[in-house]
Design a protein around this ligand. Structure first.
Ligand SMILES: Nc1ncnc2c1ncn2[C@@H]1O[C@H](COP(=O)(O)OP(=O)(O)O)[C@@H](O)[C@H]1O
Ligand SMILES: [Mg+2]
Length: 311
């Protein structure tokens, strides 16, 4: 079968070929003899005559500094692709949402990963509210007085999470008695105008944040990301150290509970974050981690993901 794959993603030039999951997926598709195309969201065209993409064929290789060759641009209907990988990085803003409206126009014969309507429905920070028994205590609000009351209620520290970002951007911990409390809340909520997710602080974060890749709801592999000594955040982008890990039995049970809801939502490529055995984030927009798992001797999850997309 000669499948054709479109990757909607940021430019290929700056991609780190050792870390970038989109690059890993492209490489795997190419190794299987599939055609690979790329566009950014500016290539998506929502026409009344049908959804299209102005995109370019691309060849990739694992050579630092010379990792791709890109062809001439062509306009193709979304139906020309067997799979479309929506891998645009946040911000999760109106531009992101508009792109999902265009991807909604793909015919049933084209698998969009992840399903565009579910990308809109499952905000990566707020989606943990769907699983109260798996997550730390949370409050989604833009009311600063409510945040302070919630912090008193949980009796300790909380973490403030803006809804639109990823890679640790805007994530801060708020400790009791911090004289910056009001200022931090004003900055994070833009004076009460913007919703944030407030989450109970998990002290186990110093031991690491586990990234678990779920492929169509099934457990793929996991990485432990240990934050740098001077940072709360266990994101690879801010310099966290990674190691390949096995999950604890209780963590496997947690993943089992997510399996059916993720399958039902068409969330084929998901990366959940676990701290102290609790579900702290559900990454659906452009999860990472498959390259690190592969380099650490784990399975090549790109293969499992492409199989799931074409099933
Ligand atoms: N509830 C929490 N308790 C302690 N640390 C947290 C908590 N939630 C997140 N963090 C820290 O902040 C980092 C980023 O938070 P996360 O919710 O995963 O957002 P993102 O990765 O999208 O920026 C995590 O890797 C972790 O180090
Ligand atoms: Mg995270």
């Amino acid at each position: 079968m000669n499948a054709r794959h479109l990757f909607v993603a940021d430019d290929i030039g700056p991609m780190n070929i050792h870390q970038d999951s989109t690059f890993g997926l492209m490489l795997h598709c190419q190794d299987r003899g599939f055609e690979v195309y790329h566009c950014d969201t500016d290539g998506l065209l929502g026409r009344t005559s049908g959804a299209m993409a102005r995109c370019r064929p691309v060849q990739v290789r694992e050579v630092v500094g010379d990792h791709y060759t890109i062809g001439e641009s062509e306009v193709l209907p979304l139906g020309a692709f067997d799979a479309i990988w929506m891998r645009k990085d946040p911000p999760f803003d109106m531009n992101y949402i508009a792109a999902t409206y265009i991807l909604d126009g793909a015919p049933a014969t084209t698998r969009v990963v992840n399903r565009p309507s579910s990308l809109r429905d499952w905000n990566e920070k707020a989606a943990v509210l769907r699983f109260p028994e798996l997550a730390p205590r949370c409050l989604l609000t833009r009311n600063m007085a409510e945040i302070k009351a919630f912090q008193r209620d949980v009796g300790g520290s909380v973490v403030i999470k803006p809804l639109a970002f990823s890679g640790g951007t805007g994530i801060v911990a708020l400790h009791p008695g911090d004289l910056n409390t009001n200022a931090l809340l004003e900055i994070s909520t833009r004076n009460g105008e913007e919703f944030v997710l407030i989450q109970q602080y998990m002290p186990e974060v110093t031991e690491g944040d586990k990234r678990v890749i779920l492929v169509n709801g099934e457990l793929g592999g996991a990485l432990l990301r240990v934050p740098p000594a001077d940072d709360l955040r266990g994101n690879i982008h801010v310099g966290a150290r990674t190691e390949y890990v096995q999950l604890e039995p209780a963590e496997v049970v947690l993943c089992e509970a997510l399996k059916q809801p993720l399958k039902d939502a068409g969330h084929i490529f998901v990366g959940i974050d676990l701290i102290g055995g609790k579900l702290t984030e559900i990454n659906v927009t452009s999860p990472t981690g498959i390259r690190e798992i592969l380099h650490a001797g784990g399975t090549d999850l790109a293969a499992a993901l492409v199989d799931a997309a074409l099933a």
